[in-house]
Design a protein around this ligand. Structure first.
Ligand SMILES: Cc1cc2nc3c(=O)[nH]c(=O)nc-3n(C[C@H](O)[C@H](O)[C@H](O)COP(=O)(O)O)c2cc1C
Length: 192
């Protein structure tokens, strides 16, 4: 059966390098996989009132339900993120929080995950990557270990055509996907 992978991009801007990397990586998945970007830009800021049965005049936003259902229907999730002020961009943390509730039905539960971080600087979004790993460690999520992917000087890795232009980066990402796909296959998920 086809494995579905949700790809979350930690940047909302149109020309985002993270989005370009994500689109390149989506094309690298082997046969038998269907990876697609799950949009997070329309998710209102997390407010527990939406999930609190005691609060009756603030219904759960439709976009929360759509996002949670998409995650729950996935066999794996791949985060591709930039770094804002040494941590993950707010849009991505918001998505992590929304997926974490309600407690009885956490969308992240048992969902195999991978992380690719990037930055315009040399450190490749190291802090964002590690902060995301920290947030995800709260859930029972199998995550890829080695290799960890930090793509530095990322603006130089993408050509005018939006494609990755560096053979060693492409090969590295393909090797990373092998590891990620093995994690997904080794951790089949009971989907709702
Ligand atoms: C608000 C803000 C904070 C940033 N903080 C960092 C940072 O902490 N570390 C870093 O390497 N780059 C930082 N940058 C630069 C980003 O790496 C660069 O803008 C990158 O292109 C953003 O990713 P995107 O192209 O996917 O949107 C920051 C950029 C913005 C707009």
């Amino acid at each position: 059966m086809t494995k579905k992978i949700s790809v979350l991009v930690g940047s909302l801007r149109r020309a985002s390098v993270a989005r370009k990397i994500a689109l390149n990586v989506i094309d690298m998945f082997p046969e038998g996989y269907e990876a697609e970007i799950v949009e997070i830009g329309d998710l209102p800021l997390y407010d527990f009132d939406y999930d609190d049965p005691a609060v009756t005049d603030k219904p759960t936003p439709e976009s929360y339900t759509r996002f949670r259902e998409q995650l729950k229907a996935s066999d794996g999730v791949l985060f591709v993120t930039s770094e804002n002020n040494r941590t993950i961009p707010a849009c991505l943390k918001n998505a992590v929080d929304i997926g974490s509730k309600p407690n009885a039905d956490v969308a992240w539960m048992n969902l195999p995950g991978g992380i690719i971080s990037h930055s315009i600087g040399r450190m490749g979004g190291y802090s964002a990557h590690k902060n995301l790993r920290l947030a995800l460690s709260y859930f029972a999520m199998p995550l890829t270990g080695q290799p960890e992917v930090f793509l530095g000087n990322s603006h130089d890795l993408i050509g005018e055509d939006g494609k990755l232009n560096n053979e060693s980066t492409i090969n590295f990402l393909k090797r990373y996907l092998d590891v990620f796909c093995k994690l997904v296959e080794d951790n089949p998920r009971d989907k709702a």
